[in-house]
Design a protein around this ligand. Structure first.
Ligand SMILES: *[C@@H]1O[C@H](CO)[C@@H](O)[C@H](O)[C@H]1NC(C)=O
Ligand SMILES: *[C@@H]1O[C@H](CO)[C@@H](O)[C@H](O)[C@H]1NC(C)=O
Ligand SMILES: *[C@@H]1O[C@H](CO)[C@@H](O)[C@H](O)[C@H]1NC(C)=O
Ligand SMILES: *[C@@H]1O[C@H](CO)[C@@H](O)[C@H](O)[C@H]1NC(C)=O
Ligand SMILES: *[C@@H]1O[C@H](CO)[C@@H](O)[C@H](O)[C@H]1NC(C)=O
Length: 751
């Protein structure tokens, strides 16, 4: 009876608004998710999207049937079910990549397979029929087709293929409740490919639900000798820009409401020939930072953060791009401002929506959220949302009232959702609050409730985020009685079982030393793995060393105390604890400082917790943290205690010089930090290496001795490097001889 009443309400309120509703729903908010991406599908925030594209399916070169490669099978399987848990309205598409070499993924299907498939009607049929079957088998709502061929003959046949595909989709015998498959295509930013040959525009228009424009990767550091923008919306001096491409599509009669703007969640890093010339169009000698210069948005943000407090990219409204450069690294990418302007542009042009490439590069959903919000704001301007929200919320109020009534007075069901749990644990003091706060001096490891951590971090609000390490984001939390904690929310890359994880955590918790950050407890509820640490108010060492002002707070005696503290901590991990721990990610940002600026090593248990290499998952290409990794690991994957000795040496050089190790030094700015230190030291000019913020009264002899010890630690051959015990003795005993270092290892060169 009640439900009938609600139905009538709904109908009366909504029927005049239905066309607005459907108009609003037509706005496409899509994103590609690529199998083997570092982000598990269950972490996809599908609430921010209307369509999710799962890539990539392949074509069999003998049967021309579409298939999901066996390596991608676990990613495709259940994709739809899993992403629909968070948003039942999201539509999923299976993306098929048929590439003739280059771009997105070179290792995919070869060009002759494509030519051969499209030129033969039997083969086309085999492909089309199998694509529909495969999409249905995996529960997808549609198919996306990425075409990469510059063969003009193929283009004409592509038109035919699309016609046949449309007919097959329309005539598919569907199960009750199944809707017609969506068909989309991914095309270049211009309606023509090489040499002005146009796409079969009429066929595309006729047959697809929409076309996603690949409005990025225009200029790449591997191809161009001058810096260029890879995804400029405008360019006053060239036609290579998104606005030009879109206008070309529209000029050729392609309807705007079938065009979807591409949003890159990545940027490109160039190596400048001269750091002084950092303009757009400056001479470049190739890619920087990664092998081909490609960097995911998340990676770019952490790269910029690593340069220290306050470093930021610059937004340029002429081109609509974010730019960041430091010394000879020059990066262009889309940050939040850029994304917002592009969405507003898409709305203004009447386009169908946007499609991000690709989701796992987003940083805590910052770009996706900005895109979704900007879409809504634009809608507001047309007062569309208002027209929908008012009646909908009126109905919702009634529904909620009825639901509350039913739930609490009749059924008295137990609350299930996370929100309800938080409310309960805050509202009723019986639950866990006292236990979790009693971590006194001798307390055992605490098991925190998820809801409790969620409340303490204000639902993992980005405001409370302290940073992002190799193992996931870190949040600052405040327990109800005021204690501050740091919460490390591990990314789900561990293959470890729950019990194993808990054992490891307990073991790690027994490592207690004044120079190690203290672990208070953990939380393993809801498929989460979180570690709860004491909060360090002064954050990390890098924020002091590389900051033009704060570095003055670290005079030499204080730096010496920091060096001694780190040495003690490492010594404990290597020699004096009952288990040997190789840290493998020792770096300035992992040295936290307490309220008296005493150092504490963080993340020290991680190497044990994660036996497999999660580092690789963090950056994609670079193993470990750029510049701290010894050569034997890079080339052979060997790690030993000498791994940490190497990283310690790099850190020591940074503490002495206040210099970063991702930059180039020396007269020609072509020496790595290690080479530079060595050259100066061997020339007896070591004093030039010392941080200029250390005043004259600092003890130069002691500093030179430290520098020599550091150079011993970064030698190429691990056997030549001293043990931590030896390092400790050399630092302590001024009379002890220090060997002459050999030339340091140049393990990782930029580019
Ligand atoms: C293509 O299909 C043939 C015949 O079914 C099969 O033997 C072959 O393994 C398939 N190739 C791939 C790469 O799946
Ligand atoms: C997909 O879901 C089914 C049932 O929900 C489950 O049995 C199966 O193992 C899942 N497959 C994968 C690869 O996760
Ligand atoms: C591409 O596929 C064809 C057969 O379809 C094969 O003969 C050729 O060797 C393949 N080319 C490459 C580069 O794999
Ligand atoms: C870039 O410079 C290299 C060598 O100087 C040259 O071989 C190459 O053709 C140049 N590329 C472009 C796109 O100008
Ligand atoms: C964008 O960059 C160009 C070239 O560096 C410069 O001329 C222009 O003034 C910049 N525009 C804005 C709005 O900063």
């Amino acid at each position: 009876m009640a439900s009938k009443l609600i139905f009538i309400f709904l109908f009366i309120f909504l029927s005049p608004q239905l066309q607005f509703l459907s108009e609003a729903q037509n706005w496409v908010q899509a994103g590609y998710w690529i199998s083997n991406a570092e982000m598990p599908k269950k972490d996809i925030n599908s609430a921010l999207f209307t369509h999710l594209l799962c890539g990539f399916a392949d074509v069999n070169s003998s049967t021309y049937q579409l298939f999901v490669p066996s390596a991608s099978e676990p990613y495709f399987s259940n994709f739809s079910i899993i992403v629909k848990r968070k948003n039942p309205f999201v539509k999923t598409l299976m993306s098929v990549l048929i590439a003739a070499g280059n771009s997105v993924s070179d290792e995919n299907v070869n060009g002759s397979v494509l030519s051969s498939m499209v030129s033969d009607s039997t083969k086309r049929k085999s492909f089309v029929d199998s694509s529909i079957k495969t999409a249905r088998r995996y529960g997808f709502d549609g198919i996306d087709f990425i075409w990469r061929s510059s063969n003009s003959g193929n283009l004409a046949q592509m038109g035919i293929l699309l016609d046949e595909w449309r007919i097959a989709i329309n005539s598919e015998p569907r199960q009750p409740g199944e809707s017609k498959l969506i068909l989309t295509i991914n095309v270049l930013y211009l309606p023509t490919i090489e040499m002005g040959i146009p796409y079969p525009i009429d066929s595309i228009h006729r047959n697809v639900d929409w076309a996603q424009i690949r409005s990025y990767d225009y200029h790449l550091p591997t191809g161009d000798n001058f810096t260029g923008l890879h995804a400029a919306l405008y360019d006053p001096s060239s036609d290579v820009n998104t606005d030009f491409g879109i206008r070309e599509w529209l000029n050729r009669g392609f309807p705007p409401d079938k065009l979807v703007l591409g949003l890159p969640y990545h940027g490109w890093a160039w190596r400048l020939v001269s750091p002084q010339d950092n303009a757009i169009g400056a001479p470049s000698s190739g890619p920087a930072v990664t092998m081909d210069g490609s960097m995911g948005y998340k990676h770019i943000k952490s790269f910029i953060r690593d340069y220290g407090y306050g470093a930021a990219s610059e937004y340029n409204a002429t081109y609509v791009v974010n730019l960041y450069w430091y010394k000879n690294v020059w990066i262009n990418f889309d940050d939040v401002e850029t994304v917002k302007v592009k969405i507003a542009y898409a709305k203004e042009k009447g386009l169908a929506g946007y499609c991000a490439f690709q989701l796992s590069n987003d940083d805590n959903w910052a770009l996706s959220r900005a895109a979704a919000q900007e879409g809504d704001n634009q809608e507001n301007k047309h007062q569309l949302l208002l027209k929908i929200i008012l009646p909908v919320s009126a109905v919702l109020v009634i529904l909620v009232a009825v639901a509350v009534f039913v739930l609490y007075y009749f059924r008295r069901r137990k609350p299930k959702s996370e929100e309800e749990m938080v409310l309960r644990s805050i509202g009723s003091p019986r639950i866990e609050t006292s236990a979790a706060e009693n971590f006194g001096s001798d307390a055992h490891l605490l098991v925190f409730k998820f809801a409790y951590i969620k409340a303490a971090t204000n639902n993992f609000d980005s405001e409370t985020k302290l940073g992002e390490g190799g193992y996931g984001p870190v949040y600052k939390g405040k327990l109800p009685r005021g204690q501050e904690i740091a919460v490390k929310r591990l990314s789900a890359s561990s293959s470890q079982g729950l019990v194993e994880f808990q054992n490891e955590v307990s073991l790690t918790a027994r490592l207690q030393h004044v120079n190690l950050v203290r672990l208070l407890g953990y939380c393993t509820e809801k498929e989460e793995k979180m570690l709860i640490y004491e909060y360090m108010p002064n954050k990390s060492l890098d924020l002091y060393l590389f900051d033009p002002i704060k570095r003055y707070r670290l005079d030499w005696p204080r730096r010496m105390r920091i060096i001694e503290g780190i040495t003690q901590g490492l010594l404990y991990l290597q020699e004096y604890s009952n288990i040997t721990v190789i840290h493998r990610d020792l770096k300035a940002s992992n040295i936290l400082l307490d309220d008296e600026l005493n150092p504490k090593i963080s993340d020290f248990g991680m190497a044990r917790l994660f036996k497999k290499d999660v580092y690789e998952a963090n950056t994609g290409r670079i193993v470990g943290t750029y510049g701290y990794v010894p050569p034997e690991y890079v080339t052979k994957g060997i790690y030993s205690m000498k791994y940490d000795v190497y990283s310690f040496g790099v850190l020591l050089l940074q503490i002495i010089s206040g210099k970063r190790n991702a930059c180039y030094y020396g007269h020609d700015e072509n020496l790595t930090l290690l080479e530079y230190a060595y050259e100066l030291w061997i020339d007896d000019r070591g004093a030039e290496f010392i941080d200029s913020s250390l005043d004259d009264s600092s003890s130069p002899c002691k500093i030179m001795r430290c520098m020599q010890i550091a150079l011993l630690c970064v030698q190429k051959d691990p056997d030549d490097r001293p043990s931590m015990l030896k390092v400790f003795t050399m630092l302590k005993t001024d009379s002890m001889d220090v060997a002459t270092p050999k030339r340091p290892a140049f393990s990782v060169k930029a580019g």
